[in-house]
Design a binder for this molecule. Structure first.
Ligand SMILES: [Fe+2]
Ligand SMILES: [Fe+2]
Length: 468
């Protein structure tokens, strides 16, 4: 591993001078983007970050103070396996693709650009959050997530430069030009154009939207295009921390709310400076539904094509399934027909977005159960829940129809009338924002969130995670 090159990498970049030069030209543009759109106001501060020193499971042992622009951005792939094969689809069992097969070139480029676009988008969405951090511990976690999303962009840009020639270089430039939420040059996927401007948004985003990332990466980690598979395998190790930040973050907010509810049973937790459970629920509804859209339509010819080509597999394709061709099975899903919900059988390959979404939903349910445990532990009788997967959808079979949070088909008039029951209102957002004041003294934490169970890497909570 060349850790101390200008572009740290384990792909022998110095052995390919043309590629190295091209990426070294992209590097300053990337840094310009980082300074313009990355965390606002903290670029010169020392942050206690983990940095990859190898691509093995223990490669994360390195924790130290780093200024974010000096982070080890780089290109790290899981080492190649001998005789890797295409693991599924019509070419199952054939040697894995080491170069891009001509007939799949457009599909692959589209997959890589779409994934790549989400990485800088999330950094842009989160750029203002540092100014209102609830603690130094949380500030550090935000920055850890941000630098790793930046590195994920590097991962995709490497593939574009290395395997897609001129088109790839153009796409890599455009990844630095689109901007989250900008009406003229928005990011590709809608969840990545939504503002993420308070910490409840951030924790819901990292719970639900980063978790979509986990499942997309897991499906691509099965890819028969080996460089993509190996890149995604390493990215997954970074992603796990983002999910931890999100899930424990929401959990700590829920826990604090339950504590305040217990403290004064008769009063609104607002009077005690907490976030009411119903507002937390609305944030969950919002981010869960937008994140479900990221999996794509329930019935999708793209999903069938990507699977047939061996480009994008199912979650844990090799561990969970024995039939890797999936050409003859059917899958039953719900659709709206003549104004009613009805089951429909579709060929399995066309339903793979929905199959992956199902895996994701199970994982989210586990997270919600965890949060409810915190409420029970405080002796409070209340719950949060996940809304129906049909609720508030903008992509796929349920887009254009309206459902209540339990998934019952309702009229659009009823939905509009009851919207404020389910989704954050302007006043809800204003209230949450009113609580967001930076707490930056080591060991101190904002009133609306509980402290974490433990610090980072064995350090105590009152460690100076960011030197301000
Ligand atoms: Fe990422
Ligand atoms: Fe992430």
């Amino acid at each position: 591993m060349d850790l101390y090159e200008r572009i740290p990498n384990n792909v022998n970049l110095s052995g390919d001078k043309r590629l190295q030069r091209a990426l070294e030209k992209w590097l300053p543009n990337y840094l310009d983007w980082w300074r313009e759109m990355g965390p606002d106001g903290f670029q010169e501060k020392d942050v206690y970050l983990r940095t990859a020193i190898s691509v093995e499971a223990d490669g994360w042992a390195n924790f130290d103070y780093v200024k974010m622009p000096d982070y080890r951005w780089g290109i790290f792939l899981k080492p190649a396996e001998q005789d890797a094969k295409v693991g599924f689809g019509d070419h199952c069992g054939m040697p894995a693709y080491q170069e891009v097969p001509g007939e799949f070139r457009n599909s692959l480029r589209r997959i890589i650009v779409t994934q790549g676009d989400t990485e800088p988008a999330s950094v842009e969405q989160q750029r203002e959050l540092g100014k209102t951090c609830p603690s130094l511990y949380d500030l550090r976690n935000l920055f850890q997530v941000n630098v790793e999303e930046g590195r994920h962009l590097w991962a995709m840009v490497y593939l574009l430069h290395r395997y897609f020639g001129r088109d790839g270089r153009d796409e890599a430039e455009e990844l630095l030009q689109r901007r989250s939420g900008n009406p003229d040059k928005p990011r590709i996927l809608e969840a990545f154009n939504q503002p993420c401007d308070d910490w409840l948004n951030f924790f819901c985003f990292t719970t639900f939207t980063d978790r979509d990332g986990k499942y997309q990466l897991a499906a691509l980690a099965e890819s028969g295009f080996e460089p993509l598979a190996r890149t995604c395998q390493f990215m997954l190790t970074e992603e796990a921390h983002h999910l931890f930040v999100g899930e424990t973050g929401v959990g700590r907010v829920v826990k604090r709310t339950a504590q305040l509810m217990k403290q004064d049973k008769d009063s609104d937790v607002r009077e005690l400076g907490g976030i009411p459970l119903d507002i937390i629920q609305k944030y969950i509804n919002f981010w869960f539904s937008y994140s479900l859209d990221l999996f794509g339509g329930e019935i999708s010819s793209n999903s069938a094509d990507f699977f047939a080509a061996g480009l994008k597999g199912r979650y844990k394709e090799q561990d969970q399934y024995t039939d890797h061709v999936a050409a003859h099975e059917n899958f039953t899903l719900m659709v709206v027909e003549d104004g009613r919900l009805k089951p429909r059988d579709v060929p399995m390959r066309n339903a793979l977005n929905e199959v992956l979404r199902g895996e994701y939903v199970k994982d989210c349910e586990r997270a919600a159960e965890r949060w409810n445990k915190f409420i029970v532990e405080e002796g409070v009788n209340a719950q949060v829940y996940l809304p129906s997967t049909r609720f508030h959808r903008h992509v796929g079979e349920f887009a254009g129809h309206t459902f209540d949070a339990q998934g019952n088909l309702i009229s659009s008039e009823e939905f509009e009338r009851r919207r404020d029951e389910w989704l954050p209102t302007f006043a809800d957002r204003e209230y949450v924002r009113s609580l967001m004041h930076a707490v930056t003294e080591p060991g101190k934490i904002a009133n609306w969130i509980a402290p974490p169970k433990a610090g980072i890497k064995g350090k105590p909570f009152d460690f100076e995670y960011v030197r301000l």
